[in-house]
Every structure is written in C-alpha cells, then in structure tokens.
Design a protein around this ligand. Structure first.
Ligand code: BG6
Length: 494
C-alpha cells in the first residue's frame, strides 16, 4: 500500500555514508537493486560524510566495502554503472556550510522534472535532531516534491527523547514522509511468521495459553561491536536490540489476526500487544531483566578481546552487551505465559530463534515415560542463519515396550536454488517506491519504549555494576533467575 504518489526520488542522500551501516547493509542492498534493474535511470545518490575525501577516495572506499560484502558476487561492469550514480559531499553534520554544499549539489540542473529527495539518516540517534534542524534551515526540505526521510532505529534514546524527536520530525515532515526503519521487518523469515500463523489452520487453535507453556525469542550474535563503540557504548543492547527488533518479533508472535493484511491493520494489532504487556514494577526489575557484558574469551575457537578492550569503549564502561528479559502479556490469549527475550554479542553462536514450548499432556498414558520426564513439544522458527520451521513431537520408540522419543518435523523456508533477499533490499526499494507498509508507526515506538523504560531507568541507578560473561559462551548463568519454573531452560539450538 502506497501513501505517497509513486513518483520515485531523483536524489537519495545517505548521511553517514562512510559508517558501518552504510558499508555493511545499505551499499550492498542498493547494489543488488541495481543488479535487479530496480533503480530508475535518473536516480542519483549523494554520499554525505565527514571524512575529508574527494570523489575518488569515496569511490575507492565504496568499492572496498562492496567487495568485502559481496565476495565473489562483485561484478566490475555492474559496479561501474552503480558507482556512476554517486557524488560525495564532504561535511560535518553540525556545520551549516555542509548543508549549503548539499543544497548546491541537489540544485544542479538535471534532466527531467523530478525534485523528490530521500534523506537516509544512517547516523547516531543523538545526531538526528541536529540534521533535521539543519535540513530545515538550509531550506532543503521545503523544495517542491515529496521528500522522504528515513530514520534508523533506535528512534530516540528513551520514551521522552523519542517523543521529542517525533515532534521535531513532524515540524518539518508529514507522517507519510517519515520512514522509521526496523530492518527486522524486511526479513523474509520475519514476514513468514505471519504466514506460518495465519495461513495454517492447524497452528492457530494451539497458539495460546491453553497449550503453550512459554515462548523464547533469542537473537544471538557471535560478532562483537566492531568499530561501532561510538554508538554502541552509549546505546547498549536494550536500546540497540530489545526495544526494537525483539519487541517487533514479540508482537508478531503474540498479535491477533488483523482484519485485513494492510499496514495499519497490522500495526493496530501490534500496538494492542504492546499495550497489554504488564508494566514491570520499578522495585522488581531485577526479577524481570538481566544485563551483562562480555569479557575476553574464545568464539569458535578464536581468542577475542573483552568489551572493555574494544576500540573506543570508555574506560570502566558498564554498557550491557547481553540482555535477558521476561514479559507477560495480560490478555485472553497469553495471560500467565512468560515470554523470555534474550540477545547478546560475542555469544557462542549466531542464532535468531523463536521457540514455543508446549505444556505437558494432562494424562500419563505411556507409563514407561513419566510425564515429568517426557520432553515437551516445541515449535521452533529459525530466522537466521538457518531459515526453517521445526516441530518436535513424540513418536513410539521402535522396539518392545511402549516408550516414546522425540522426532522432528522439519521444513526449510527456502529451496537451495531460491536466492535469499537481504532485508535492506526490500526496505530501500520500499522507500524509493513510497511504500510504508513495512515501516514503524510512532505509537509502536512509543509503546515499546514504555515497556523498556522502567528497565532503563533502574539500570541507570545501578550503573556502577554489571555482570559479565566470557565471550563465546551463551551469556551468564545468572540470567536463569528470570525463569518461572525449574524446568525452564534456554533453548540454544534447533
Ligand atoms: C542492528 C544492530 O540493528 O542489528 C546491530 O544495531 C546488530 O547491533 C544488527 O548487529 C543485527 O542485525 P542482523 O540482521 O544481522 O540480525
């Protein structure tokens, strides 16, 4: 569903073009769109960044970044065509003169009558405000055309700053020009959750408190923070992952079926979930949320430094790189079912998994396997790196006697010949084509902040102390204190 007329932009300005996000995600995604022939002939990109570079330096940097991201898929001819669309504008985000140069670049006479611009803020959230103000002062967003502004997550640093940022944005942009991005919504395996739930009659009747004992949502990363300390040390895992990506996953797992498959109908259902999440009482935060930071260790056998020794991290930083949290959704479908969320950097493996554990059967029929020793049923929806759906069920163990064992029903999401689509490919194309369906509405952001704000505030008060875990582990054992029952444990594998 498109909110704006389908007039594509003619300039796509990337603020923070030399940063990690642009190099790892945006440029490769745009390159793939070029390869797929989805970029209009007259679309131009402006790479805006602080480094004192000339056009050639930028092009060399972009080529390196793309070669690294694409490996053997890098194609010289295609790259040349893609690179010819770029102009580098050097400037500090806080400097008026930089915006004047940008204005000059986009005011150059060009073919056709297109005047639409996209501003992509691939920068630290702390700088959003200033860029918006400067765009306005320079008169850039008052030009003709339907400009769009893309704001990366986290949207704000807490509930209050998110509200202020929203007010600020609305001074200069209409809601239908604002694209609040959470790239998890562009992942096909995340969209597949909706299909799994709402296209399968056999799933829906058991997807509730009558059958499900608890839900686990894990986004585990084996990577550290790379060169992102400037952003990450201020944000931490709660703001970086839980408030947005994990909350989005939670809402999709927990929501009611929407009346129609339209952006606002989906968002309405997601907001209802967020509103039903039981507020965490301030004095009980430690029973609901746990945070820790990695120390030196080995990941896949390779030694890696601790967080404190990562370049750019402030001495004595207590920023969390691991979060585990428990939420209850007080509605008819989910009351009393714990949702355990967990994310961390430098963990033992790369794994994004939604795991639903089912209740034990009410009757002990197979006496040779007592109920309490009967492994429960699980539904496992793996988003990355494996893209698959598993169901663990009991079957008779072959041989004499009536004993059971667990067998897996496995379905792969993608056939080997089907090319995976990067989330950013989908989302950047949506920005270019003016389709906001996969972007976040402000009330989603707001309610998600309301959920995590008490945790943030409590941790601020306790900022002198943080638990640790060795890099290459699954986080700290202390996180187990969140479990409601002794037979709950983290699911670390498919
Ligand atoms: C980003 C976070 O939004 O998501 C990063 O800022 C994190 O810290 C990344 O590494 C994870 O994304 P993906 O697509 O690799 O799961």
């Amino acid at each position: 569903m498109s909110d704006t007329p389908a007039v594509g932009p003619c300039y796509f300005v990337i603020f923070g073009a030399t940063g990690n996000l642009a190099s790892r995600k945006l440029l490769p995604a745009l390159y793939h769109l070029e390869a797929a022939g989805r970029l209009n002939e007259d679309l131009r990109f402006i790479a805006f960044a602080r480094r004192e570079w000339r056009q050639d330096d930028w092009l060399a940097h972009m080529e390196r970044a793309l070669r690294e991201a694409l490996g053997g898929r890098f194609d010289r001819g295609l790259y040349d065509r893609f690179a010819a669309r770029f102009d580098y504008v050097m400037g500090d985000l806080h400097d008026d003169a930089a915006y004047a140069r940008l204005m000059e670049e986009i005011s150059k006479p060009r073919m056709g009558s297109c005047e639409n611009l996209v501003f992509y803020l691939a920068i630290r959230p702390a700088d959003f405000d200033d860029v918006i103000l400067h765009l306005n002062q320079a008169g850039i967003n008052r030009q003709h055309g339907r400009h769009r502004i893309v704001v990366e997550k986290p949207f704000g640093e807490d509930l209050e700053s998110a509200r202020l940022l929203n007010v600020q944005l609305h001074k200069y942009f209409d809601e239908d020009q604002i694209y609040r991005i959470d790239h998890y919504l562009g992942k096909e395996t995340v969209q597949n959750l909706l299909v799994f739930r709402f296209a399968n009659t056999l799933v829906e009747p058991i997807w509730n408190r009558n059958y499900i004992d608890h839900v686990q949502i894990t986004v585990a990363e084996d990577q550290g923070i790379g060169d992102r300390a400037g952003y990450y040390d201020r944000a931490g895992a709660l703001r970086d992952m839980v408030q947005n990506h994990l909350m989005q996953l939670l809402t999709i797992v927990a929501m009611e079926p929407p009346a129609v498959l339209e952006a606002d109908a989906l968002r309405d259902e997601k907001v209802k979930v967020l509103r039903s999440i039981r507020p965490i009482p301030r004095q009980a935060v430690s029973s609901f949320a746990f945070r820790a930071q990695y120390t030196a260790g080995r990941v896949h056998g390779e030694p890696v430094p601790g967080y404190q020794d990562e370049p750019g991290v402030a001495a004595g930083s207590t920023t969390e790189t691991f979060v585990a949290a428990k939420f209850y959704i007080d509605n008819w479908r989910w009351r009393h079912v714990p949702f355990y969320l967990r994310t961390g950097k430098r963990l033992a493996g790369q794994m994004s998994l939604i795991a639903l554990r089912f209740k034990h059967p009410p009757q002990q029929l197979f006496r040779e396997t007592p109920i309490e020793r009967l492994d429960p049923n699980w539904i496992l929806l793996s988003m990355q790196p494996s893209e698959c759906m598993h169901m663990e069920i009991h079957a008779k163990r072959p041989g004499l006697g009536m004993r059971t064992r667990v067998v897996q029903l496995n379905a792969s999401y993608r056939d080997p010949h089907e090319k995976p689509l990067e989330a950013y490919e989908t989302l950047l194309l949506d920005v270019i084509e003016g389709d906001r369906s996969l972007f976040i509405r402000f009330d989603e952001v707001e309610w998600a902040w309301r959920v995590v704000d008490p945790i943030l505030r409590h941790w601020m008060q306790e900022r002198d102390f943080i638990h640790t875990y060795p890099a290459g582990s699954w986080g700290s054992q202390e996180a187990n204190r969140l479990f409601d029952s002794e037979d709950h444990d983290w699911r670390n594998h498919l």
